[in-house]
Design a binder for this molecule. Structure first.
Ligand SMILES: Nc1ncnc2c1ncn2[C@@H]1O[C@H](COP(=O)(O)OP(=O)(O)OP(=O)(O)O)[C@@H](O)[C@H]1O
Length: 480
């Protein structure tokens, strides 16, 4: 038998006179190579299709500028007394990031207006644009909070987490890791497997369909600004809907003004203005630099998170609404937080970005005075912060409204600047409220004086006039 097999295998074939055993070996080898090639093609195309399905159509959202621009801001000692939970602010230049995600070909819609938003603060005027443009890759890739996570679960803008990933990150959503609870869910502190600290928001009673949830979330995932909390990714599994944000480690403005963190000392005037200015820039970006614009709908002190350099990070897009191009407003169920909601929105549900401007004005007044927007513990005429403020300014008692916990009081002009800005934001007539880019300019130090047209007394707008002339004003009726 063996000699027969030997003979058979040693016979020559018709292919180049190769012996049978050599020919068989070659065939087996070719077969293995083909199988390997087919397998690798399958794996590559699966990865691609998964990434593509995680992307948003390019038309969905566009970013106004591809560049990173830098804005010089004088930093200040942020808190004035007591043990500090973190170091104060050191003098350095503040970088406002507005950059493209390389995976997308964002369109550039930089109208003059938009450019203005990011040119505030340097005092360098038109030079700034040419000096400060930087290539988008000047953010080192290894600083990405998502670096080192599995490639297959990268979305176009962030990360698609599994429930298991987030269970591991939060010690199985342990109660010890709960940071707080809002109207939409519980927030846990967590750590990704690459070491990045995160805030994990587990939504309750998600009524939205899976696709809508994902589309909305991806719209916000593309939004990037230094003063916006970054959404790093999400998880959809079964009935779970979970959002994963960058972790901001120095509490929120509400805690600093009225809550637990006031035990560490009180924010200085300068720190308050810095936080409000950052918030104004974030809103200017949402309202004026991207398409469709985003109306936040829940601007309030507890949604302004603070990092360890006392930069504002606007958070909580749970209520935010996209406002498509050409739409002046949308009608929606009134949501938001009592004391912060604009009167026209509360009355009719008509929502546009001017509703955010109103709420921002309330937060600014809150920071100036250290008072809650609505405080039933005070005498009747002081319960509503906006009404009381208007009454005080109208009675030429502006200096009495400053938070008594602020040691170094603002100068008369600093106070006037802040009050004037706030009162214009809370104008009962939404059309008369400034745009957030104007608000940011108005708040931004003596170097950028309030533009003439903003000072000019306007018919029906008593507030600005009274601030200038000191005449008495009767506050408008309460809306809520
Ligand atoms: N990215 C984050 N980093 C650190 N803490 C956060 C982060 N996001 C939220 N928090 C904290 O978690 C807590 C709950 O936040 P959440 O936004 O859910 O509710 P809220 O703002 O208190 O109320 P509401 O749901 O009415 O807006 C707050 O104390 C908030 O400061």
């Amino acid at each position: 038998m063996a000699p027969d097999l030997n003979t058979t295998l040693s016979k020559k074939t018709f292919v180049f006179g190769m012996k049978v055993w050599v020919f068989t070996g070659v065939l087996v080898g070719v077969f293995i190579v083909i199988v390997l090639v087919v397998l690798s093609i399958c794996v590559t195309s699966r990865r691609k299709s998964r990434r593509v399905s995680g992307m948003l159509p390019l038309s969905r959202i566009s970013i106004a500028s591809k560049e990173i621009k830098e804005i010089g801001v004088d930093h200040v000692s942020a808190i004035q007394q007591g043990p500090r939970p973190h170091d104060g602010i050191e003098t350095e230049s503040e970088k406002v990031l507005l950059y493209s995600n390389k995976a997308y070909d964002y369109s550039i819609s930089g109208s003059d207006d938009h450019t203005e938003i990011y040119a505030i603060g340097s005092g360098e005027g038109s030079k700034e644009a040419s000096v400060l443009h930087r290539p988008s890759d000047s953010i080192p890739p290894d600083t990405s909070p998502l670096a080192g996570l599995p490639d297959f679960s990268q979305l176009g803008w962030g990360h698609w987490f599994t429930l298991r990933d987030l269970e591991l990150a939060t010690m199985h959503f342990s109660n010890d890791n709960i940071i707080g609870e809002g109207g939409y869910g519980v927030v846990y502190r967590g750590q990704l497997m690459n070491g990045t600290p995160v805030a994990v928001k587990k939504l309750l009673n998600v009524g939205q369909a899976e696709r809508e949830f994902r589309v909305e979330v991806e719209a916000f995932g593309h939004v990037r600004h230094k003063n916006l909390v970054r959404l790093l990714g999400y998880c959809i599994e079964g009935t779970h809907r979970i959002l994963v944000y960058e972790y901001v480690d120095n509490g929120n403005l509400e805690q600093w003004l009225h809550g637990a963190l006031s035990q560490y000392g009180y924010l200085t005037w300068e720190a308050r203005i810095k936080i409000l200015l950052g918030t104004a820039k974030a809103l200017a970006y949402l309202h004026e630099a991207i398409e469709p614009k985003i109306v936040h709908r829940d601007i309030k002190a507890s949604n302004i998170l603070i990092d360890d350099e006392f930069n504002a990070k606007l958070s909580d897009f749970g209520l935010a609404k996209l406002l498509g191009a050409g739409k002046s407003h949308i009608t929606t169920r009134v949501m938001g937080t009592f004391g912060y909601v604009a009167p026209e929105y509360a009355k009719s549900g008509l929502l546009n970005e001017k509703s955010d401007v109103y709420s921002f004005g309330v937060v600014l007044l809150e920071a100036i005075t250290g008072r809650d927007p609505v405080d039933y513990g005070r005498p009747t005429h002081e319960v509503n912060l906006v009404d009381w403020l208007k009454m005080m300014v109208g009675s030429k008692r502006s200096e009495e409204v400053v938070d008594p916990n602020i040691e170094r009081k603002p100068s008369v002009s600093e106070l006037k600047r802040a009050l004037l800005t706030a009162l214009r934001c809370v104008d009962p007539d939404a059309d008369k409220r400034p745009k957030m880019s104007q608000v940011a300019r108005m708040l931004n130090s003596e170097e950028n004086p309030i533009p003439r047209q903003d000072r000019r007394p306007r018919k029906g707008h008593a507030t600005a006039t009274k601030m200038e002339s000191g005449k008495q004003e009767r506050g408008p009726r309460r809306h809520k």
